[in-house]
Design a binder for this molecule. Structure first.
Ligand SMILES: [Zn+2]
Length: 75
């Protein structure tokens, strides 16, 4: 599928991406999210069912599989 970003000639490819969301003031990182990623500009598309799955994950996200270091760009 053609990239939806204006002027970009890339195509979306099925990839597993790292998806980061802010939820209730916390930064949540979800690895291996199936998404369509533009090989040129890096734009990411998530399917509606993927977004629903992420939302249900967040509601039950008491026990992360792993934790990651989080750095502030400016501190
Ligand atoms: Zn693109």
């Amino acid at each position: 599928m053609k990239c939806s970003i204006e002027g970009c000639k890339g195509e979306y490819e099925d990839k597993l991406v790292v998806h980061t969301v802010r939820y209730k003031g916390q930064v949540i990182v979800i690895d291996h999210v199936p998404a369509e990623l533009c090989s040129v500009c890096g734009d990411v598309l998530l399917k509606p069912e993927t977004i629903r799955h992420i939302e249900s994950l967040l509601e039950t996200a008491d026990h992360p599989a792993r934790t990651v270091p989080l750095y502030e760009y400016a501190s």
